[in-house]
Write a protein that binds this ligand. Sequence first.
Ligand SMILES: C[S@@+](CC[C@H](N)C(=O)[O-])C[C@H]1O[C@@H](n2cnc3c(N)ncnc32)[C@H](O)[C@@H]1O
Length: 433
Amino acid sequence: MPLINSAAEFREYILDFAFTEDESSVCRRGQKLTICEDAAEEEVRSTVVTSSAVNAEIPVYTNEFWTSRQRAASRLHEISYRACFKPQLPGFFINLLTDMGERVYDPFTGRGTTIIEAALLGRNVVSNDISPLSRLICEPRLYPPSVSEIKERVDSIPYDYSLSPDIDLSMFYDEKTASEIMSLKSYLDGRKNSGDEDHTDRWIRMVATNRLTGHSPGFFSVYTLPPNQAVLPERQVIINEKRGQSPEYRDTRKLIIKKSVSLLKDIDKDKLSFLTSAGDNAVFLNADAAKTRLIEDGSISLTVTSPPFLDIVNYRDDNWLRCWFNSLDAEAIGREITMARTAAEWASCMQDVFHELFRITKPGGWVAFEVGEVRNGKIRLDDYIVPAGITAGLECAGVLINEQNFTKTSNIWGVSNKKRGTNTNRIVVFRKS
Ligand SMILES: C[S@@+](CC[C@H](N)C(=O)[O-])C[C@H]1O[C@@H](n2cnc3c(N)ncnc32)[C@H](O)[C@@H]1O
């Protein structure tokens, strides 16, 4: 029997919110709350806003509900992706609102933060993303091979130094590294096309995709932007000129093993068994989030998701190199991705998504929908999401604002200064009665 069975119970729980003494398990079901010493500082700030669009009063709760005080997330999450959320965000709702074995869904999976966190917590998973890249970087983590299996496989891939990429990548890679990347690409394509691709191949594909470009020698490329956004070749030429740099050889085998070791660092027997069990029951879809007909009516206990925010992130441009490596058509994928220029256009797309979420959510199930503040906070997307959910038939339990204050160190021309910053997530929570 779930701890929280109604929107009213959810609100009560959130108002009484405080960290437990071990600071990690505040929202584990059925656990007695022991309030930690400085709980006074943690008080939930609560207000009510009226959504004129649907004439409803919506409670808004602000606090540091997760992040810095909680146990560090699993290293398995560390595959970078634009606009991904921290694992503690889905973790909070999964622990609070679902039981082991229940189905957790993300219609905009991205790198799979919700999916991997749900699997690590012993839930079953349903994943969807319009980009096939999402599945390539999420699913392999449900079946992690051992480091020795990865090493043995990587060592067995034939590297042919006469190969060179079919597009000019000389601004990113030296000749030898480029040949190694081409060898990996043709090996992985061959295995896939012949139907021989296995979990270890898929793992290597995911890690190599993640290592393609980045801002340290841990990546295959010369110094460039962080790995979640590949710059276009013209721009990399300018970066190289400005920094007076040219690509040097990178040992791709060594880097794949190194990253694999890091991803697998905290995966013990129990986590492995949760992951593979979720993997065996997982559903991966590659559809528009508003048209997921393969998901049965009333089959999802909880959705935790964050949609593309207006046209802030250009997933096509960010992922052109990852698509090339995986023989995917970046242009065609880009055309399908929701890119709304105005909030009204965006709200209309999200309305369709909410009708679909209502259909697939089981009675008593939940939707936690993360939205950002865009255009410097001038547009608050929750103002659009509350009516979209209510119009679809869901009850709005409230808006949770997770405010995390942190000290960020910026280093400008060698001078370090510490500034206070705020990380804010706004999550609209709905229940299907
Ligand atoms: C903000 S990201 C999600 C990030 C995710 N929460 C994570 O932690 O990785 C939004 C995702 O929505 C996907 N997307 C864009 N339009 C879509 C659509 N119409 N249907 C399904 N997925 C879509 C993009 O490919 C992108 O992966």
